[in-house]
Design a protein around this ligand. Sequence first.
Ligand code: HEM
Length: 479
Amino acid sequence: MALKELTCPSFELCLLLFSTIITIIVSKLRTSVKVESKGIVNLPPSPRKLAIIGNLHQIGALPYRSFKALSEKYGDVMLLQLGHIPTVVVSSAQVVDEIMKAHDLALSNRGQSTATNILLYGSNDIGFGNYGERWKQKRKICVRELLSPKMVQSESIRLVRKGAVAELVDKVREAAAASCSSLNLSELLVEAANNIICNSALGQKNDAKGVRRRDNVKVLAKKVMFEVGVVTLGDHFPWLRWVDVLTGQVREFKATFAALDPLFDKVIAEHRSSMFNKEAADDDDMFAAGSETTSVTVEWAMSELMKNPMELKKVQEEVRKVVGHKSIVEESNVNQMEYLKCVVKETLRLHPPAPLLVPRVATRHVKLSGYDIPAKTRLYVNVWAIQRDPRVWDSPEDFIPERHRHSHTPDFKFIPFGFGRRGCPGMNFGLASVEYMLANLLYYFNWESPQAIDMAETFGLVASKRIPLHLKPIPFSFG
Ligand code: HEM
């Protein structure tokens, strides 16, 4: 056979595959020798893995559900091989307690990906940046300038929330006046949550063409949120990074970044001499992380309430009793709505927007529940499984807001905002928005559902409803 025929593309591909396999085997042998020579022997239980892909074939489109099913067989600390990434999945409150007490610092790095490296300035942001002095500084500035309880309750941010929610209520009212029987509430919630965050952080300025800046950010933030959740082939198999280039994936990330970066430059320039600091403005993922988590929480709360009419009636009675005939829902009213707060908590228990938190990475070897976790292992905390764990929750699949009435102590069986050094700094900001949006929707309108509520999920970095929530609003009058 002529040499030319041998070097056809498929032969090159075989050669590439063969050399890749040899490289993997050699590197695996090296790793296992290293592991054994360091005395690391007691690894967590693992399901059987396949060559090269490891356990990837066992993970479905909703990984937190696949992890839960596997953990029922392999335990609360389980080791999976996701492509080339060794990954530990934690599925019990007790183990989270142990992490918090003994290993929070050692498990404070994040896992970076092709997407976060391109979109988030080399993963140099608060959400995906590694733990360290620079990261601590950035986080401190964000909390001080925007997310502290004092800032969240400041007059300026209250006004922003009030304005954005009034806009939401007006839009629902318009739809009701036009006898809309199937309003896409999900869409309006995303818009309202985005407006709260963009207007709080960026102000309400327009760009040169007269388009409101928040409208530009809105579209981009949604894109960023989706794309940072993308795990490319090259992330699982570094030797296949070139495929990400060929498929156009890398080009897509770069295009999003190219659109977002000048916008942030403008904001930074404007705020240089004022309250907002460059380090804080750097964090485009904060807008994305903050708005989608907020809107999906209200979306799930409304869905659960529609499925549970007794609870809907109860929470509406409370909201209307507290607000009375004033016909304006004040933020201060929300503090008296104890049951509404329970509804929000129960929603976050059953539908944590980040069901696997944001993955962490071990900076050094740690011992967890007696198992060895080597440095650089990725860690997922399966909050979705923990918050439905029948060992710690009665009737875990049922929507029972009442169960939160007397639970004030921090408890690792309920951690929708994560925990420790990497826990969510936007909790107060997020809760204030969720509670105020929900109180308004429940005060001004009664709701009917044109069809059965579909509770199916879809998952990127955030778990949202697969089919947007469509409802019929009916304006409520005190008569
Ligand atoms: C209902 C609303 C929200 C929920 C349920 C939520 C949940 C979470 C969770 C689970 C994490 C990961 C925590 C961990 O790994 O332990 C996180 C991180 C983060 N969240 Fe939130 N979040 C919400 C709203 C917000 C808002 C409104 C903002 C900002 C405006 C925000 C900013 C962030 C940031 C910057 C991080 C990264 C923190 C770090 O890595 O150190 N979040 N959030």
